[in-house]
Design a protein around this ligand. Structure first.
Ligand SMILES: [Zn+2]
Length: 191
């Protein structure tokens, strides 16, 4: 039988990280487009990001209504050769009203872009490389890849400066630590 989970953060009972979730008043709206497989993943970080932001929304699916991003000046948070690279505190001259974030594995994210081709017409941005991921518990498919919540926090740190976006990472840090503790306990227990 599945363990009971917190209805808000979806972490298992005893591992709820809701007490660590901030309520940041972000200027740039965050719109997460989440692949259904990611919504079921127990270490889903985009949900934690949306819970921590006053101006954010999460949609689960594969094909979305393009008006979600075409009716609002939007940038796509996704790497690419022409992506604007955002460093902390570097606020662009003409920042978008909305940041669109495809969420899932790299394969899922690429499929979301193929299924919703108008996303490819949006300007792209990506956080500056070099930020080491704390995402040690769920290995990213590509080296240097950040967890979705890390990518959102790093991007808002630039777009919404001088707002400090780092508190967004608190529930994520608590989740990673709890996972590491559980792994250490399991390793210390003889079979
Ligand atoms: Zn919770």
């Amino acid at each position: 039988m599945a363990r009971s989970r917190c209805a808000r953060c979806t972490r298992p009972a005893g591992y709820c990280v809701c007490a660590h979730i901030p309520r940041l008043r972000n200027r740039t709206r965050v719109l997460v487009l989440q692949h259904p497989d990611e919504a079921r993943h127990p270490l889903n970080t985009a949900r934690l990001a949306v819970l921590g932001l006053a101006n954010a929304d999460l949609h689960v699916g594969e094909a979305f209504d393009a008006r979600l991003w075409l009716d609002t000046p939007s940038w796509l948070l996704f790497p690419g050769d022409d992506a604007c690279v955002l460093s902390p505190g570097m606020r662009p001259a003409d920042p978008p009203a909305q940041l669109v974030v495809p969420d899932g594995t790299w394969r899922h994210a690429r499929r979301l872009l193929r299924t919703n081709p108008s996303l490819l017409t949006l300007p792209r941005c990506a956080p500056a490389p070099g930020a080491a991921s704390a995402y040690t518990v769920r290995r990213a498919a590509e080296p240097g890849a950040l967890a979705t919540i890390e990518a959102i926090a790093a991007t808002l740190q630039a777009l919404d400066a001088p707002m400090d976006a780092t508190p967004l990472l608190r529930p994520f840090a608590a989740m990673v630590q709890a996972q590491l503790d559980a792994t250490a306990r399991a390793a210390a227990t003889p079979d």
